[in-house]
Design a protein around this ligand. Structure first.
Ligand SMILES: C[S@@+](CC[C@H](N)C(=O)[O-])C[C@H]1O[C@@H](n2cnc3c(N)ncnc32)[C@H](O)[C@@H]1O
Length: 228
């Protein structure tokens, strides 16, 4: 087996299941007929032990992309392009998706996967720190998706992302329940960082946010509009 960077070796067991295992099984069975290309990517992630977005969260971001007519999505932490492919599906294979990762190997794979699946998609690639890149990005985005492997970076990623959202733009973050570890009595550093991120977002009076117990926990947040 080839060596890939940033796979989760010995990922710790969940503290609590975010979704009851029976409910999760039921939901997955209902979606089974839709496996296709996403199933192949899920199988690849399993083989190399790489942490991708939960497939149910994938469906959700795809529907959000379609409902909100995203034309520019910026991903912070893209890996080989699984979550980006869900966004692109909801965007009908059009518009612009920026994929970022500190690993060049994954960015090359993401580019290849997206170009094969969605030839009309405008794919922008960034190898390096997504926070640093987004901070200096001249563009704003309809959606910014936070899925950086290092959870210590979440609070800073959140602050920078909010500044780069278009009017009515949507911030989405994965792993915000961190396999239930956010309610652990003695959380580790990464968990404390995710909690800080969640609390910062939820306490902002200029943002409307919800934390959904889908997959590993998905935060969806958008700037409030003044009432007429
Ligand atoms: C959870 S995985 C991303 C999974 C991907 N979003 C998906 O669902 O298909 C996290 C990725 O973040 C990348 N990463 C870690 N630190 C980063 C940083 N500062 N900027 C961008 N990517 C980073 C890792 O290399 C890893 O590939």
């Amino acid at each position: 087996m080839e060596e890939y960077p940033h796979t989760s070796k010995g990922r710790s067991r969940p503290f609590l299941d975010v979704t009851h295992p029976e409910i999760r099984r039921y939901l997955r069975e209902l979606h089974e007929h839709e496996v296709g290309v996403f199933g192949e990517m899920e199988e690849f992630a399993r083989q190399i032990n790489y942490p991708i977005l939960d497939s149910l969260s994938g469906h959700l971001i795809s529907i959000l992309a379609w409902m909100s007519r995203f034309s520019s999505v910026y991903e912070m932490g893209s890996g080989f392009g699984y979550s980006a492919s869900w966004f692109a599906r909801g965007m009908n294979g059009k518009g612009r998706v920026t994929v970022t990762d500190i690993s060049e190997v994954y960015i090359e794979m993401a580019k290849k996967n997206l170009r094969t699946l969605y030839p009309s998609l405008d794919v922008r690639t960034v190898v390096g720190d997504a926070i640093d890149h987004l901070r200096h990005d001249s563009e704003v985005h309809d959606c910014i998706f936070i899925d950086i492997g290092d959870k210590m970076l979440y609070p800073e990623a959140g602050r920078v992302a909010i500044e780069r959202l278009s009017d009515g733009g949507v911030l989405i973050a994965d792993n915000v329940l961190w396999r239930g570890k956010v309610v652990e009595p003695e959380p580790d550093e990464q968990t404390r960082s995710i909690r800080r991120f969640n609390e910062e977002l939820m306490s902002r009076t200029d943002m409307d946010s919800i934390l959904l117990p889908v997959g590993d926990g998905l935060l969806i947040s958008t700037r409030k509009r003044p009432l007429d």
